[in-house]
Design a protein around this ligand. Structure first.
Ligand code: ADP
Ligand code: MG
Ligand code: MG
Length: 193
């Protein structure tokens, strides 16, 4: 499936709604294994994304993706801001020559891994992204697959980010960044439908 500016607009609008609706839940998830701000961070970032897209009306896909990236980097903060920002920046760079969503998200995932140093199994958003990217390539991404990837972080011990400071006590909690990344991809499925 191809990413267009129209699809990106829809995708970001639905993602922003999901983040806003689940802001308290995301921050609650971040309380026992982090600093309780993930929902607030993401909501601040996504309202900046929506405002930027609506007021600046970027002329093409590359500028739109860059605008999303810059808004996230400057407004989300924390560990997740630069990581989500990098993801959209990598998509922006590739979008000059490639608009296939599987290829774009693959580049995004590589960027997240390079920036944050996390691998699958480390209880970070990488766990969701690395389940979703191959499914997008095969054309079999479903809500169930996304949900399973999100749930898979619960029994993991965190190896990166704040939750890793807790060692074994990080086990038994969902990773907040994986839950928000889950919303990102369910939003994509809804935007495409
Ligand atoms: P902070 O931990 O700085 O308060 P957030 O609460 O906004 O930032 O985001 C936390 C989320 O960021 C985690 O749940 C995890 O998914 C993600 N994260 C943290 N560090 C990394 C990393 N090195 N690589 C990938 N994702 C990470
Ligand atoms: Mg936090
Ligand atoms: Mg924080």
């Amino acid at each position: 499936m191809e990413l267009t500016t129209e699809l990106l607009d829809k995708w970001m609008a639905i993602f922003a709604e999901k983040i806003e609706a689940n802001k308290a839940y995301l921050s609650d998830l971040d309380t026992p294994i982090g600093d309780g701000d993930h929902g607030n961070n993401m909501a601040r970032g996504m309202s900046a994304v929506e405002e930027a897209l609506q007021t600046k009306k970027p002329a093409d896909l590359t500028s739109a993706l860059k605008l999303v990236a810059m808004s996230l980097i400057s407004k989300v903060g924390g560990a997740s801001g630069p990581l989500y920002g990098t993801a959209f920046l990598e998509m922006a760079k590739l979008s000059n020559s490639e608009t296939d969503l599987a290829r774009l998200t693959e580049a995004a995932l590589l960027g997240i891994k390079k920036r944050g140093g996390a691998e699958p199994g480390d209880k970070t958003m990488v766990d969701v992204w690395s389940a979703v990217v191959p499914a997008l390539a095969k054309g079999n991404l479903t809500n169930d697959l996304i949900q399973e990837a999100v749930e898979s972080t619960k029994p993991m011990q965190a190896k990166k980010g704040r939750a890793s400071y807790l060692g074994e006590r990080s086990i038994g909690h969902l990773d907040p960044g994986s839950v928000s990344s889950g919303y990102l991809f369910t939003a994509l499925l809804e935007a495409e439908a």
